[in-house]
Write a protein that binds this ligand. Structure first.
Ligand SMILES: Cc1cc2nc3c(=O)[nH]c(=O)nc-3n(C[C@H](O)[C@H](O)[C@H](O)COP(=O)(O)OP(=O)(O)OC[C@H]3O[C@@H](n4cnc5c(N)ncnc54)[C@H](O)[C@@H]3O)c2cc1C
Length: 294
């Protein structure tokens, strides 16, 4: 592994100053579970790593009533899983976090790091797309919100510059009487493996109106929403097996799976149909169970 300097800023001001000084030789670290492996493999060779984990202001999950939830870059996946409001509002994201790696790694791996890795198989990205999450991107003198489809622009590629930091994720609170969801993925092993294919399905219900959202991971260069699948679901009152098959067809048309070490293109097409059916059926069952007690 190539040697690098480690800089541990205590606040964002120090972090931005460092990035502005050394921008072309510096990379950011949150939990480091992806970054350190990429450095070991020589996929990235930074001169300096700016480790954000000592910046206390980035440790919080803040609920802004009626508006949204702000999640700091140092928040681990286990803290997301244990947060009561996250559980209640964003069940598909919780299921994706529980699927990620194993209980030990989830103490280190962060939600923001999972998004910023921008890999096609990032488990939390499909549910975050359904929940229309945004990255809060800051420099020393500016702050902007970037929806995830504008942040993640290719495999391991983000649209932000070398002097910008994703300080938080912002997830708007759905205006809904009911919020259910499911995340299903195929992988070679249950733990410590990446997805071969993944589907997130969410359903918000508000005063009788239903809003289905559907997103997939590991099936195209970046995780994507499947708007045609959502249209079919939102225009149908009685969702049966035929409708589920039409939704699965819409998903198959929207993806471009590849053959790689984790699975063949043909396998990915076949398993996607099962994952769509399963996540949709789970979503509907959970809606029935939770109606009336939400
Ligand atoms: C054994 C093992 C199993 C794994 N299993 C899974 C799995 O099941 N599912 C899955 O999705 N992933 C898995 N991963 C990958 C990894 O754990 C996750 O992607 C993790 O969530 C990354 O978070 P992190 O905080 O460790 O990110 P880091 O490694 O710190 O950073 C990841 C990338 O984001 C950039 N970055 C970090 N923070 C910021 C920021 N604030 N602003 C801008 N850029 C930033 C870094 O420069 C780097 O490019 C696994 C990894 C290992 C080693």
């Amino acid at each position: 592994m190539k040697a690098f300097d480690l800089f541990r800023p205590k606040d964002l001001f120090q972090a931005f100053s460092r990035l502005e000084l050394n921008q072309h030789e510096t990379v950011l670290k949150s939990g480091g579970t992806d970054l350190l492996i990429w450095i070991k493999k020589g996929l990235v060779s930074p001169k300096e790593v700016v480790d954000l984990s000592s910046i206390d202001s980035l440790n919080e999950i803040e609920v802004k009533e009626g508006e949204g939830i702000l999640i700091g870059t140092n928040v681990s996946l286990n803290r997301i899983i244990d947060h009561p409001e996250m559980k209640r509002r964003f069940p598909a994201l919780i299921e994706a976090c529980e699927t990620h790696s194993d209980a030990v790694l989830r103490n280190k791996a962060t939600l923001v790091g999972n998004v910023c890795s921008a890999v096609p198989s990032g488990d939390t990205i499909p549910p975050l797309l359904c929940y229309e999450a945004e990255a809060v991107v800051q420099t020393s003198c500016s702050k902007r919100h970037l929806p995830l489809p504008r942040l993640i622009i290719g495999p391991r590629k983000k649209s932000i510059s070398k002097t910008e930091i994703v300080t938080h994720l912002w997830i708007p609170l759905p205006k809904a009487d009911l919020s259910v969801g499911a995340y299903r993925r195929a992988s070679r092993r249950r733990a410590l493996d990446l997805a071969q294919a993944a589907v997130a399905c969410t359903l918000f219900q508000h005063r009788g109106e239903r809003d289905f959202r559907l997103a997939v991971g590991a099936l195209s260069p970046i995780p994507v929403r499947v708007s045609e699948g959502e249209r079919i679901l939102n225009e149908t009152s009685n969702i049966d097996e035929k409708i589920a098959d039409r939704v699965a067809d819409a998903v198959l048309k929207a993806i471009q799976p590849i053959t790689d070490v984790r699975g063949s293109r043909e396998f990915r097409f076949a398993v996607t149909v099962e994952l769509v059916r399963e996540s949709l059926s789970l979503c509907l069952t959970r809606a029935k169970t939770e109606e009336g007690c939400y």
